[in-house]
Design a binder for this molecule. Structure first.
Ligand code: GDP
Length: 298
């Protein structure tokens, strides 16, 4: 197990108590510890550099020179900066003023989209919404069936291509689902889309086609926190290829420190909105920047 960043900073600065400004050597030692800890947490290098520069700047300032315990003050600065970069407040879903709110999910195969679709549906249902799940992942064998199984678990209907009707094309299914939602008075439509194992032009084209057909109120990019540094490359590719409003981090029950959240937020400017942390339908919550900061720091 790695020593936590708080421990490292306390050890680095332990002999300093109310001695006024930190020396440049102390600040450099502090910066080094922060850099290592963030890289170990899978934060992308350019993001680490900016972050460390911001913390160094503040570490030279009054709040540290006047602190009784400079180490604690530096830990607080790091925590504050993490929370700020992670978005400060939780960003909430925006609902459409009229007609059904359309939420489209995009991401690589295996990111956890189909699982997340059902979790999100359950979460919305518990808030009194009447969601409809839409199976537009017609690529992965069993994805439709998996969504149907998960939909049944959470008591939410699934709109899917008719069996025996050929595979159908996802754009037509997506378009038809909006009509179905209006007919049956669903107030939220959650569209699951196909991913592939790697970033792929065909997949982006299909996702963009679905997006144009359903005009989503929210596009959510779903990404596995366990893929570490690769998360940023994928996030950028989906931003360019499809565009999205927010991010969902999945598999946070694994041992990923969550640096992907920081990198994605900083580079794409899109907030992480939800966190998925297990295979149970209730392993899901809105994203809390302060909790993620603690996860990275502690
Ligand atoms: P999709 O290809 O993006 O639709 O991904 P799936 O929803 O099928 O998820 C891929 C695998 O990851 C499945 O085995 C899921 O059960 C699993 N999975 C999804 N979300 C989580 C999570 O938050 N934690 C864990 N441990 N597993 C997850």
């Amino acid at each position: 197990m790695f020593a936590t960043l708080s421990d490292r900073l306390n050890a680095t600065l332990k002999n300093l108590r109310g001695k006024g400004r930190l020396s440049e050597a102390d600040i450099d030692a502090t910066a080094r510890e922060i850099r290592i800890a963030l890289l170990e947490a899978d934060v992308a290098l350019p993001v680490v550099k900016d972050f460390v520069a911001a913390v160094k700047e503040r570490a030279r300032g009054e709040e540290v020179s006047q602190a009784l315990n400079p180490a604690q003050q530096v830990v607080k600065i790091v925590n504050d900066e993490l929370v700020t970069i992670l978005g400060g407040e939780t960003r909430r879903l925006r609902f459409a003023k009229t007609g059904p709110t359309v939420i489209m999910l995009a991401g690589l195969q295996g990111a956890g989209k189909t699982t997340l679709a059902a979790k999100l549906a359950l979460w919305l249902r518990e808030q009194g919404k009447t969601p409809l799940l839409v199976a537009c992942d017609l690529q992965r064998p069993n994805a439709v069936q998996q969504l149907q199984v998960n939909g049944a678990k959470v008591g939410v209907p699934v709109f899917a291509p008719e069996p025996g009707n050929g595979v159908g094309d996802p754009v037509s299914v997506a378009r038809a689902s909006i009509e179905e939602a209006k007919r049956k008075l669903h107030d939220v439509v959650i569209v699951d889309t196909a991913g592939r194992l790697g970033v792929d032009a065909e997949m982006m084209k299909q996702a963009a086609g679905i997006r144009d057909a359903v005009q989503p109120d929210e596009v959510l990019f779903v990404v596995d926190a366990m893929i570490g540094q690769d998360a940023l490359v994928t996030a950028q590719a989906f931003l360019d290829g499809v565009g999205y409003d927010g991010v969902v981090l999945t598999k946070l029950d694994g041992d990923a420190r969550g640096g992907a959240a920081l990198s994605i937020r900083q580079v794409t400017g899109r907030p992480v909105m939800f966190a998925s942390s297990g295979e149970k339908m209730t392993d899901f919550d809105v994203f809390h920047p302060d909790r993620m900061a603690s996860r990275i720091l502690d």
